[in-house]
Design a protein around this ligand. Structure first.
Ligand SMILES: *Cc1c(COP(=O)(O)O)cnc(C)c1O
Length: 454
């Protein structure tokens, strides 16, 4: 009988995160201070971020960054995560492809987000903060950070995108159970929120807006830092534990992936699984494809433009060189809340520009078709976000079948969907729409940021 899952021991948890920037021939362009238009320095970042995290953000030279022992110890709560051969899915698709997935859904909060939440809370505590603020979309990041904040004794305020606050009430309950304070965004508690509510009273929020609110609160609160669940280089860095473990596990399986696939919001779980494999491509010329799966209704990689843009709606963050739809882009209310973000992190954007990775867009109905098939074959109900990766994996597996090729596919199951059952209800009732966006809308949004073109 073939092996179903590949299990590592606790002492196999990586001792260092992998910093791909050190190996990239074309480094990402610098983030710019919006006032001076000069490259951002650690000192610029310090009012908002813990110093160690600011240093990681701007580190372009160290290939490996040691994981603090206390963080590695906390990783043991659920890491190493299993690598699973999706034998049920292979059979259902009748494909010669071998399909593997890294199961990040086994984390206590149900997603990969805890990999970075624990690291960021650790550094904030170590540097003497008492409070932290953040934003959350579907609530996955907020849930992870709430747990991490409690472990390190930090007070946390979370701005949760309003549409998700109502669609996913149990994620709010999880955050509150861990002791966090949760505010629906846009809110009246910040200048950025008040401005948006005044202009459009029914605004359902976006990650960009929630970031503006969290940043504003952090800047006005003593001993308070802001932390972010995606997009930043430091977050991609922390997530590389996913791919570093998967590398060992693929070796145990006696295979090497032809294609690595992950869903894409700001890029952190994609980076996490893909960067350690891209390392072989960059350093050894290994042939490997990596595909970011994004929603067709928020297609920054497939239809956005590479240019400088703000990370948030109000324009408080540094200017980031990114594939973007424009920071005012208001994505439709798809259930994959974690993928409703206008831009991509600077590292992935550079890799995309240099042709080192690919992107594919997936409509909401295709994502849920894939999710349901996966659930019925593998017994795990995937997060709506992760379902985009499953959809692209299925496309690749069917292509392999057509070509009669034995491809090895690896995708990241970034989270489970057990708290997203209203989304499944709506799919099963036939009420789900694709929530697309037209090229004209994208064009119009990009016009608003044409002054930031490179
Ligand atoms: C947040 C989230 C994502 C998207 O964020 P990335 O930074 O692109 O990884 C994907 N899947 C799940 C389950 C999430 O919670």
């Amino acid at each position: 009988m073939s092996t179903k899952k590949f299990i590592l021991q606790e002492n196999d948890i990586p001792h260092a995160w992998y910093n791909i920037v050190a190996d990239m021939k074309n480094k990402p362009m610098p983030m710019l201070n919006p006032k001076t238009k000069k490259p951002v320095t650690v000192e610029d970042m310090e009012p908002l971020f813990a110093r160690a995290l600011a240093e990681q953000e701007l580190n372009t030279t160290d290939e490996w960054i040691e994981i603090p022992e206390q963080v590695r110890d906390l990783y043991k709560i659920w890491r190493p995560t299993p690598l699973v051969r999706a034998t049920g899915l292979e059979k259902a698709l009748d494909t010669p492809a071998h399909i593997y997935f890294k199961n990040e859904s086994v984390s206590p909060v149900g997603s990969h987000k805890l990999n970075s939440a624990l690291a960021q809370a650790y550094y904030c505590k170590k540097e003497g903060c008492t409070n932290i603020t953040t934003e959350t979309g579907a609530g996955q990041w907020g849930a992870a950070l709430s747990m991490a904040a409690k472990i390190f004794g930090l007070e946390l305020a979370v701005y949760m995108v309003k549409v998700s606050y109502h669609q996913k009430p149990y994620r709010r309950s999880i955050m509150q159970t861990f002791g966090a304070q949760v505010v629906a965004s846009p809110s009246m508690s910040t200048k950025a929120g008040r401005q948006i509510i005044t202009n459009s009273p029914n605004n359902q929020g976006s990650l960009g807006t929630a970031i503006s609110e969290a940043v504003e609160l952090a800047l006005q609160t003593p001993n308070c830092k802001y932390v972010l669940g995606s997009v930043m280089n430091q977050v991609s860095l922390h997530q590389t534990v996913i791919g570093l473990e998967a590398e060992k596990q693929m070796e145990m399986a006696g295979e090497y992936p032809d294609t690595v696939i992950a869903c894409f919001g700001g890029g952190s779980n994609f980076s996490g699984i893909a960067f350690p494999f891209l390392r072989h491509k960059i350093l050894e010329g290994k042939e490997i494809r990596t595909i970011a799966a994004e929603p067709a209704s928020c297609p920054k990689l497939t239809k956005g433009r590479f240019q400088y843009d703000y990370g948030d709606e109000a324009g408080y963050t540094p200017l980031i060189p990114m594939f973007t739809l424009g920071h005012n882009f208001m994505p439709s209310n798809i259930h994959a809340g974690g993928l409703r973000y206008h831009g991509a992190g600077s590292i992935v954007s550079q890799l995309m520009k240099d042709g080192l990775m690919e992107a594919a867009d997936v409509k909401q109905l295709e994502a849920f078709d894939a999710a349901t098939l996966f659930a019925r074959c593998e017994g795990i109900i995937p997060a709506p976000e992760s379902s985009h990766a499953i959809a692209v994996t299925i496309r690749e597996a069917l292509k392999a079948k057509e070509a009669g090729e034995k491809k090895v596919l690896l995708f990241n199951l970034s989270g489970h969907g057990l708290i997203d059952m209203t989304a499944y209800d709506s799919y099963l009732a036939g009420d789900l729409t694709n929530g697309e966006v037209t090229d004209e809308e994208i064009e119009k949004n990009l016009e608003d940021v044409s002054d930031l073109k490179i």
